[in-house]
Design a binder for this molecule. Structure first.
Ligand code: 13P
Length: 251
């Protein structure tokens, strides 16, 4: 995979006006012709901005993603958003199982798996987040945790077409302490082994991306690792200028 997949995760940031300013700055700093054949961009934005950002990106390269969804199409689930609702806004990608959702909103391996299954069935591309917490790494349990999280998802799905997996060690998220490129490479290799074992035909094509304190200072080295196909970027994606600088450091 030569083209790197860069996913900006805005989390709970931005409003319509600030999103418009963001893209004005981003595209001014980085005309699409510069990056179109080197990177693929996805912006995972709050639900309230999906329509605005889809419209802004319409004639540009770059796709919009939601940050969560329900696995059912409709029903009495106050506060939830379904796949048909996202599709209605032109959204075709969704981040699932982010550690913040697992940590603060009780997302389990099982609920994440149901969501991934529903997303794939609806023709969406789910960006599935997995990763160990610090105590698990220190206890030497990283491989076990990764294998367990993947097993839960793989128990529910029979295709990996459109699947994207993000390795986000929880201890690296928002801490300024990114995994070293060796640590990231090692876990990505493990994930690739597990994915290709489950899907021998096309598991090698599933993009595996790294997230956790990625910045314009460390992205180039991380992306040089053969097993890393892209990045999921939180804090460093929040300003249009800053994210343009990050993309630019890969070109
Ligand atoms: P940071 O880049 O802010 O560490 O966040 C990573 C992340 O959670 C992306 O999904």
């Amino acid at each position: 995979m030569n083209k790197k997949l860069l996913v900006a995760n805005w989390k709970m940031h931005h409003t319509r006006i600030s999103a418009e300013n963001y893209f004005a700055n981003f595209f001014a700093a980085l005309p699409a012709k510069l990056w179109a054949d080197r990177v693929e961009l996805v912006f995972a934005v709050p639900y309230t901005l999906l329509a605005t950002v889809s419209t802004i990106l319409k004639d540009k390269l770059g796709a919009v993603a939601a940050q969560n969804m329900h696995w059912l199409d409709k029903g009495a689930y106050t506060g939830e958003v379904s796949l048909p609702m996202l599709a209605d806004l032109g959204v075709g990608k969704v981040v699932l199982g982010h550690s913040e959702r697992r940590q603060y909103y009780g997302e389990s391996d099982e609920s994440v798996a149901l969501k991934v299954k529903a997303a794939l069935q609806a023709g969406f591309s789910p960006i599935v987040c997995i990763g160990e917490i610090l105590g698990e790494r220190q206890a030497g349990k990283t491989s076990e945790v990764i294998a367990g999280q993947l097993a839960a998802v793989f128990a529910q799905i029979s295709t990996c077409k459109q699947l994207i997996i993000a390795y986000e060690p929880v201890w690296a998220i928002g801490t300024g302490l990114a995994a070293t490129s060796e640590q990231a490479q090692e876990v990505h290799q493990l994930i690739r082994q597990i994915v290709t074992k489950k899907f021998p035909e096309d598991g090698s094509e599933v993009p595996l991306i790294y997230g956790g304190s990625v910045t314009s200072a460390n992205i180039a080295e991380l992306m040089q690792q053969a097993a890393i196909d892209g990045a999921l970027v939180g804090g460093a994606s929040l300003s249009g200028d800053g994210f343009a600088e990050l993309v630019n450091s890969l070109l």
